[in-house]
Every structure is written in structure tokens, then in C-alpha cells.
Design a protein around this ligand. Structure first.
Ligand SMILES: [Zn+2]
Length: 263
């Protein structure tokens, strides 16, 4: 049956539409709470049929119906990415982690929603940092809230709790704060400190170490490549958030396997 995947995909498209608003308005310092209801260019209100994820962009052929200016490709792209991400998360939980066979019913559904929510926040942070060099506070704080909620839900339904998560969160944030002081703010920003806290909270020990290792390694490799091909100068800015998120996702999926290999 594919119906579950279709439902998850459509949910992803709708959440992606919301992420667009969040990214765009945080970059401009506006409130994001009231949906994308107007055109970026002519500021006219959009009708409901101009606000349907993915479909509106296709039907309108990428242009505003009133001012005929181009609609940023970011909108359909983020919607599609979120849809695909939701399918990916659902697939991972359903197959690789044998999620739905281990835990039944309400707990599985609740956990799935929490994972999807956290995934969506990480995607928003990834895109916002690549495009605008910002780590949206709303996305980080909401993900931290969901992470804490997940700890509570896990404890409530399985009786198990990972006591390493909160110390990992605090220590990672402190470590990044120390790096900021050491590099006098040239290396990373306070957004990374909050993101570090989130990483520790989601991963716990020792997975957080795998995530940090992957983040610093891939960050260094991509940084050197960008400098070598002349896209960046030694002193120019490279967003570090995307590498932290890459490391987090990698550690989340492969952490257990890697640890199993070493023990
Ligand atoms: Zn317009």
C-alpha cells in the first residue's frame, strides 16, 4: 500500500509551504505566524488557489497572476524538498529502524509526528543558513521544544530515558561558545550555539561526537574545495549550520551502526 506515503508526502508539502514563510520572514525580521498570503513583489493578497503547495506554482507557470513577476523557485523547491524529506523520515522509521513493529499505536504515531517536526525544523535551518546566513530562532527553539517533548514521550511510553541528552546539549553549546570566544566571533555565530544545544539534545552521548566529527570534517573539506575553485576567499564566510545538520542526520542514521562496529 502506498496511501500512507502519499499522506506523508502531502503533509510535507503543506509544512514546506509554512517553512517558506518562516525562512523568508525571519530573514527579513518579520513575524511568520500568518501564512504567505501576499505576493513578495506587488504585495497583493493571494487567493486560496494561488497558495496550494507545488500545484499553484505549476498552474501559474511560476509567475504572479497580477504583476506577472517571477515567483522565486525557492517556494516550490522547499515544498518539494520537505515532501521528499517526510517520505524519507517515514521510510527510515518504518523499515531501517523497525520502528512500527517495535512500538505500537499512539506512541508510534506521536513519535513519527515529533520526528517529522524536528526534521522540518532542521531543513528550515539548513536552507536559511545556506541562503541568508541566519539560523532562524523560531526553528531552533521549536525543535528544542519538540526534542524535550520527545524525551518525555519516550519516558512516558517506554519507561526508558537517555540521561546523556541534556548534558550533551549543554556541553556542546558551551564548546561552541568557547570556539566563538577563541576565534573572536569569526568562526561561528550564536545561532550555532543554539543549534549545538539542539544537536546534543537529539543525539545524546556518544552520537554527538560522531555528528561533530562529521560536521567539522565535511565543513573543512567543502571550505577547502570552495577556496581552491575560487568561489570563496580565505576570510569569507561559509555557513556552518548546514554541516552541523548533515552531521546530526548522519549520526542519527548511522550512529548505532558505527558504535556497534567499534564495540
Ligand atoms: Zn505579484
Amino acid at each position: 500500500m502506498m496511501i500512507d506515503y502519499i499522506v506523508v508526502f502531502i503533509l510535507g508539502l503543506c509544512v514546506g509551504s509554512f517553512l517558506n514563510v518562516l525562512i523568508y520572514r525571519e530573514a527579513k525580521g518579520e513575524s511568520f505566524l500568518f501564512g504567505r498570503s501576499y505576493c513578495d513583489k506587488c504585495k497583493k493578497r493571494l487567493a486560496w488557489f494561488e497558495n496550494i503547495p507545488l500545484l499553484s506554482y505549476v498552474f501559474l507557470r511560476g509567475r504572479c497572476r497580477r504583476c506577472h513577476k517571477k515567483i522565486s523557485l525557492q517556494y516550490p523547491l522547499v515544498e518539494l524538498l520537505t515532501g521528499l524529506q517526510f517520505i524519507w523520515i517515514y521510510f527510515l522509521l518504518k523499515s531501517n529502524l523497525t520502528f512500527f513493529s517495535r512500538f505500537e499505536g499512539f506512541y508510534s504515531l506521536l513519535s513519527l509526528l515529533l520526528y517529522l517536526g524536528i526534521g522540518a525544523c532542521l531543513l528550515a535551518i539548513f536552507i536559511a543558513d545556506v541562503k541568508f546566513f541566519i539560523i532562524p530562532d523560531s526553528a531552533v527553539f521549536f525543535a528544542i521544544f519538540l526534542g524535550l517533548l520527545k524525551l518525555w514521550v519516550d519516558y512516558r511510553y517506554t519507561g526508558m530515558i537517555d540521561f546523556s541528552t541534556l548534558p550533551s546539549a549543554g556541553l556542546t553549546a558551551l564548546f561552541f561558545l568557547f570556539l566563538i570566544l577563541l576565534t573572536k566571533g569569526k568562526g561561528m555565530g550564536y545561532g550555532d550555539v543554539k543549534l549545538g544545544f539542539l544537536m546534543g539534545l537529539l543525539l545524546g552521548f556518544p552520537d554527538i561526537l560522531i555528528a561533530l566529527f562529521i560536521a567539522f570534517l565535511t565543513g573543512a573539506i567543502v571550505g577547502v574545495i570552495l577556496i581552491l575553485i575560487g568561489r570563496k576567499k580565505l576570510k569569507s564566510k561559509i555557513a556552518f549550520g548546514p554541516f552541523l545538520i548533515l552531521g546530526t542526520v548522519f549520526a542519527f542514521i548511522y550512529g548505532q551502526k558505527i558504535l556497534f562496529y567499534f564495540y
